[in-house]
Design a protein around this ligand. Structure first.
Ligand SMILES: *Cc1c(COP(=O)(O)O)cnc(C)c1O
Length: 491
């Protein structure tokens, strides 16, 4: 026999006991890491010594587990985005929960491909989780759904279904053909997230097919202008295909008038899609769910679990009414992924018929375990807590003579800036951008920014179960201290 045959290898550890010991050490370290997160800076840049690690060339031969872990512990673990920190309020960063560390170990050990067509527990966990999410969002039980990487992918799936629904030809077969067919038009407000445009482009519609409707003073879509745009498209021979409702805009958390939008969509026979990346989760908060009333009327909803549901990255979800249009948009079943009556491939669903991906991680277990461990009411209470904190911060800003609020606080996002009459109007944006960078450099606070009608604002998005009222007191104090100190450079 060829000698190579006798030298079979695997990627399992040579010494399982030593491996187990290291795993326990990692677990000990990570529990400390999470327990003390608030005591470390919210942000610090990597030292040169750590950056050098990322210049190393491809490792052709291996290194001991423990040694690689030491490198990770020294050069990677201390420099995260740190959305787990109590004073992280940038973009819409989710905090995650310690409970999901347990799920993560199990997910990694099982390493399920989560195809759905496999008759395995992972399939049933995802189906059950999707059912629970429908209940939480007041969405019909017979809707179809899929866990995806995040809001961007969830929106892509929803908008693809809207395309199949609206095209009067076989768009999957023929592709988009505006020479022989009328153009499909999607409508949303100017505050719509950039992933919507990307989705429209990827669907072959061209960004010309996305009509961005101006907003009112509160950053919600202007319904008159929407109605006019639809009428004018009909007159021009275009096909109004989809209205995308913002359930919480990324800049200010504005919620479009959902019931009104659903009336317009119904009257014109247009697909209504809700981008509720974080805002959809408002449904969980008993005292605030009225703010998103009407979202359940939309034909599809895209939302994230990794933002305001505090589920670890990455996890988004799309739900689609009726089931049939969803499957019609994505189903391709070659023999190698077909279902059998019995055996491994006899699972109840083929998830690939509902989206782009085939193999997927068993991410459903994280949210499934988190919901079991915490109970969905607890999530609702935390969402309400964040909404209350946003109100609290808004009051602090309004009461402070050095600060100016820049948008109505409708949900969990507060935008404001430092002001002083002596700062030149042309410099006030630069001033506040500089202030934001200095704030990050203190390592104490991590808000992000938004540009609102040309005005640079400090933007605090609260999707954080670790933030406390005192953190917002400190934020306001520190912004004012830094701003006052900067005045000498600007006037
Ligand atoms: C974050 C966000 C998205 C994109 O979601 P990802 O999970 O980052 O892909 C889309 N829309 C809104 C309103 C968002 O806040």
């Amino acid at each position: 026999m060829n000698k190579d045959y006798l030298n079979e290898k695997s990627l399992d550890p040579d010494d399982w006991d030593a491996f187990n010991k290291l795993l326990h050490k990692v677990s000990d370290d990570l529990v400390e890491y999470l327990k003390n997160v608030g005591e470390r800076p919210v942000w610090k840049s990597l030292p040169e010594e750590s950056k050098e690690l990322f210049d190393e060339s491809l490792p052709r031969t291996g290194t001991e587990y423990a040694k690689v872990y030491d490198e990770v512990k020294k050069h990677i673990l201390p420099y995260p985005t740190n959305n787990i920190h109590p004073r992280f309020w940038s973009w819409v960063g989710g905090t995650g929960t310690p409970s999901q560390l347990i799920a993560d170990m199990i997910i990694s050990a099982m390493n399920s491909g989560s195809l759905g067509l496999d008759e395995t527990a992972s399939t049933y966990v995802e189906i059950q989780l999707l059912d629970w999410l429908k209940v939480l969002l007041d969405y019909p039980a017979d809707s179809s759904g899929l866990l995806v990487s995040g809001g961007s992918m969830a929106n892509l799936v929803g908008l693809a279904v809207a395309r199949t629904n609206a095209a009067k030809y076989d768009v999957r077969n023929d592709g988009i053909d505006i020479k022989n067919n009328s153009r499909l038009i999607y409508y949303s407000s100017t505050e719509t997230h950039s992933c919507i445009r990307k989705a429209i482009e990827l669907l072959g519609l061209g960004s010309e097919s996305l009509k961005l409707i101006p907003v009112n003073d509160d950053y919600t879509i202007n319904l008159d202008l929407l109605n006019r745009a639809i009428e004018s498209d009909i007159k021009d021979g275009n096909t109004p295909a989809c209205i995308i409702a913002n359930v919480g805009t990324v800049n200010t958390g504005a919620i479009d008038p959902l019931i009104e939008l659903s009336k317009i969509a119904k009257k014109q026979n247009i697909w209504l899609h809700s981008d509720g990346a974080f805002g959809a989760i408002t449904k969980l908060a008993k005292n605030s769910k009225h703010l998103v009333e009407g979202m359940e009327l939309s034909d599809s909803i895209a939302f994230d679990l990794h933002k305001w549901m505090y589920i670890q990255y990455d996890c988004g979800c799309v739900l689609i009414k009726g089931g049939a249009p969803h499957k019609e948009t994505f189903s391709v079943i070659p023999p190698y992924i077909k279902n059998f009556e019995r055996g491994l491939a006899s699972g109840p669903i083929n998830f690939s018929e509902y989206g782009v991906q085939l193999s997927r991680s068993f991410k459903a277990l994280r949210a499934w375990m988190a919901l079991k461990i915490e109970g969905s009411d607890k999530f609702g209470e935390l969402v309400q807590q964040n909404i209350n904190q946003a109100k609290y911060l808004t009051d602090l800003v309004i009461k402070n003579q050095h600060l100016e609020i820049l948008s109505p606080t409708s949900l969990n996002i507060v935008t404001f800036r430092y002001i002083n009459k002596k700062i030149d109007e042309n410099l006030i944006n630069d001033f506040n951008a500089e202030l934001l960078m200095r704030l990050h450099e203190t390592g104490e606070h991590a808000p992000s920014s938004a540009l609102l009608n040309g005005i640079f604002s400090i933007r605090v998005a609260i999707t954080n179960h670790r933030s406390r009222l005192n953190d917002f007191n400190k934020l306001v104090d520190d912004v004012v201290i830094i701003g006052n100190d900067m005045l000498k450079d600007y006037i």
